[in-house]
Design a protein around this ligand. Sequence first.
Ligand code: PMP
Length: 358
Amino acid sequence: MRIYNFSAGPGMLPEEVLAEVQKKLLDYEGSGMSVMEMSHRGKHYEAINAEAEALLREIMNIPDNYAVIFVQGGATMQFEAIPLNLAKFCAGDYVVTGNFAERAYKEAVKFGDYKEVASSADRKHTYIPELNASTFRTNIDYVHICYNNTIFGTKFDKVPDTGDIPIVADMSSCILSEEYDVSKFGVIYAGAQKNAGPAGATIVIVRKDLLGNERKNCPTMLKWSTQVKEKSLYNTPPCFSTYICMLVFRWIKKNGGVKAINTINKKKAKMLYDTIDKSKFYSNKVEKAYRSIMNVPFTTPSAELDEKFIKEAAAEGLTTLKGHRLVGGMRASIYNAMPTHGVEKLAEFMKKFEKENK
Ligand code: PMP
């Protein structure tokens, strides 16, 4: 029996995609082997690689002056790749809105003049700081932001104004959950394992004029320009993971694209936030304007009740609701592939639990 998995990542994959993978697992389109076993230089994988890129371009409306690559190492490896690739000035500004934004910043400072210019740490990352062009230095390579903060459940409500400075955005936990104007960003990157596919593949979308600014000693594997030139096939890529991403992109397209998925996502998030806001039992500390539609943290009145909630929810097939240790309580991650019914079931369970325990 499939359960509703509210994990922050890896997250659920569409059942339809899993069934397709299963159907073709032993013999992928007459090749007599699985995608896991075939050469990344053969015609089957080349077609998968090309379709993954083409579909992502289509569903995200990525302009032609942007390159798209699928690489390994997770979003975390991009924390290092960013200062190594964008190094005209060897300087950049970071907006620290949570744990991953901070990790990205801590990697960058190893390499040059990187500065934390804004932070939400003063209020435990429950909001996104006000930013405008004067927040940032001039003569820097980029401004780094984390668009959706997976642990704290916050999200940028708009793309900040950085003047001419390119924005580098970690979209690991929000890519494909809502429409983005890609032209407002210099670089968008995301680990696949929440909204795009399984762990293993990392999506990097980079404005082409930013390529070729890497440090002389930038390791080849971290160089975006190498991966762009080789169409993500410089070395053996995460073939199986990219294949499943391609199937997820097909699924998004078939379901009306990112716009239609976003309508569903907003409805799902509203169900949980309404349940929280209408009760005196549950609380969510995030300022309303910055609430994430992907990660919904909440608490009951006590740590004991939180524990009871998590245990009883799991018994009803609503699993992995334990909040991150930095926040406590519960966190419901409701990525694209979480069915509406799963969220309805959670909202019903929350109401029942409240009645029984208040
Ligand atoms: N950034 C964000 C916003 C994340 O949520 C995560 C993972 N939860 C990461 C970065 C790290 O990603 P990875 O594990 O793919 O390196």
